[in-house]
Design a protein around this ligand. Structure first.
Ligand code: XMP
Length: 516
């Protein structure tokens, strides 16, 4: 394990991911964690992240000197670097001058971190204070115009520091610097591979579930599919997957679960066709919050019923269903304080609302993984590409992409238009460039058009392509005009009810990604 000590910037997760991209397992811990507790995790290396504070600010998080006397190789980044310098007797100057963005750095190439890399490189900086003097025992290994000591190392003690952010892509050799630290500075070996992750999780799931049975709700999304596939691999037929078909998925997605997922994993699947039930419950409802509540409520009821049936099918004593599989990911765990055991259930249509007499213990095989790792595990498990690379899709599904009441006909119209947009985006090779592209049906709006020689009076759809890192903020994607043209032509030609295609050019904020 490599511990990434979080000094409060958004960079800790990125560092942890980059370490794992070097095939070394990493875990994020808070900077308030006592050093003994860190050591109890038997880290092979420690990385101190950047952070927003100045080391001189009141209450700024510290790096206690014991942290550097553990013998565990340690790399300080940005704030973590300055905290290291301060703690070991170097000098951090409040220059009042900040360095931000792409910066040129001169480095010593006969060093551990920069060995074999160009002597002049571009790195990404983001700091106010600067290191004016390295602590005793350190060699200065990099400098920039405004920061005389921009990198340092003391290989004898296993201590390294860089002012820049090696984890961001703008630092051209950043990943190599991390790799050098991990492999050469800390002696880590690249053993964190997809095959090992799968094997290790399978072992753990077996140990946890023992001879009992488990249920897993599949939503059509990546996380539940990968979690289900892992548990299936571990306990086989003692897992029952439940898929509630609420009729609000996109074209082909229900089939992906019912056919492709089962074919790829051999999982026992119980499909509940609840389309009519959801349509009835949603009939005449136009209010977005109301729609969300209804879908969430109905989902829990249907899932609960299905789970009861699975439990009842168990039969003999000792063969009870006791476990519920959840696709909780590492970012959710970190954001909720990193505690172990506590269920942190995020998605709105989860099963957190199950009644008291249906108590399950949770199996969360993705708790340690980032989204991109989950996708790679999914590939390793042989899940269909469309499922593994599926873009984010809201739990309430197409219900919140029809502006107006929901009917079966409107769902069909939107499904067709959405499928065309997805097809054209894939054809243009843009799937991994855009974050997602909701297609929204303005069901209560009509406009006049002409097709052939006749007047039409149809509905508009809105394309909402966005780029984003985490969906918290987003910008509208500048799709090539010819791709937009292809989508527009095909939708208006192939979907009779739609006679106009419009483009949403609003960022988030102020607009949210979804329209409802
Ligand atoms: P907004 O519209 O809030 O969406 O900008 C942010 C991201 O979240 C997705 N989304 C949801 N996901 N349940 C989900 O699991 C929901 O109720 C839900 N609502 C929005 C949305 O697609 C986008 O990726």
């Amino acid at each position: 394990t490599v511990l990434v000590v979080d000094y409060g910037a958004q960079y800790a997760q990125l560092i942890a991911r980059r370490v794992r991209e070097c095939h070394v397992y990493s875990e994020i811990v808070p900077s308030t964690m006592p050093v003994e507790e860190m050591l109890a995790k038997k880290p092979k290396a420690i990385i101190l992240s950047g952070g927003p504070a100045s080391v001189y600010a009141d209450g700024a998080p510290q790096a206690p000197v014991q942290l550097f006397e553990t013998g565990v190789p340690t790399l300080g980044i940005c704030y973590g670097y300055q905290a290291m310098v301060q703690s070991l007797g170097g000098r951090v100057a409040e220059t009042g001058r900040s360095e931000f963005g792409r910066t040129r750095i001169d480095v010593g190439t006969d060093t551990v971190l920069f060995n074999g890399l160009p002597a002049v490189q571009t790195v990404w900086m983001s700091h106010g204070d600067s290191v004016a003097a390295a602590p005793p025992g350190f060699r200065t290994t990099g400098s920039t115009e405004s920061t005389p000591v921009a990198a340092m190392e003391d290989p004898g003690r296993g201590l390294y520091g860089v002012q820049f952010h090696p984890e961001v892509l703008h630092s051209e050799h950043g990943q190599a610097v991390l790799r050098h630290f991990l492999y050469n500075g800390a002696g880590c070996r690249p053993t964190w591979t997809m095959v090992n992750i799968v094997d290790e999780q399978v072992e753990r799931i077996r140990a946890q579930v023992g001879g009992k049975r488990a249920v897993c709700g599949l939503s059509g999304g990546v996380d539940s599919a990968v979690a289900g596939a892992l548990v299936q691999r571990a306990i086989g037929d003692r897992l029952t997957c439940v898929f509630v078909d609420h009729g609000l998925l996109r074209k082909g997605e229900a089939e992906q679960v019912e056919k492709d997922f089962v074919a790829a994993t051999g999982a026992v699947l119980k499909v509940v066709d609840a389309q009519d039930r959801f349509l009835d419950a949603l009939a005449g409802v136009g209010d977005p919050e109301e729609k969300r509540k209804i879908v969430g409520r109905e989902f829990i009821r249907v899932f609960e019923q299905a789970a009861r049936e699975v439990v009842a099918e168990g039969g003999q004593a000792g063969d009870d269903v006791e476990f519920l599989v959840q696709g909780t990911l590492y970012p959710d765990v970190v954001e909720s304080g990193g505690g172990t055991g506590a269920a942190n259930i995020k998605s709105h249509h989860n099963v957190g609302g199950l009644p008291e007499d249906l108590r399950f213990s949770l199996v969360e095989p993705l708790r340690e993984l980032f989204k991109d790792e989950v996708r790679r595990v999914g590939e390793e498990l042989g899940l269909p590409q469309e499922m593994v690379w599926r873009q984010p899709f809201p739990g309430p599904g197409l219900a919140i992409r029809i502006i107006g009441d929901i009917t079966r006909e409107r769902l069909d119209v939107l499904r067709e238009a959405d499928a065309i947009a997805r097809e054209e985006l894939s054809r243009a090779g843009l799937d991994r460039d855009i974050w997602q592209c909701p297609v929204v049906l303005l069901a209560d709006v009509r406009s006049v058009g002409v097709q052939g020689d006749s007047r039409t009076y149809g509905h508009p759809v809105v394309l909402r392509p966005v780029s984003s890192e985490d969906a918290m903020t987003a910008d509208w994607s500048r799709l090539p005009y010819d791709v937009l043209a292809a989508i527009s032509n095909r939708i208006t030609n192939e979907v009779r009810e739609v006679n106009r295609v419009t483009l949403d050019v609003t960022s988030k904020p102020p607009g949210t990604i979804e329209w409802e």
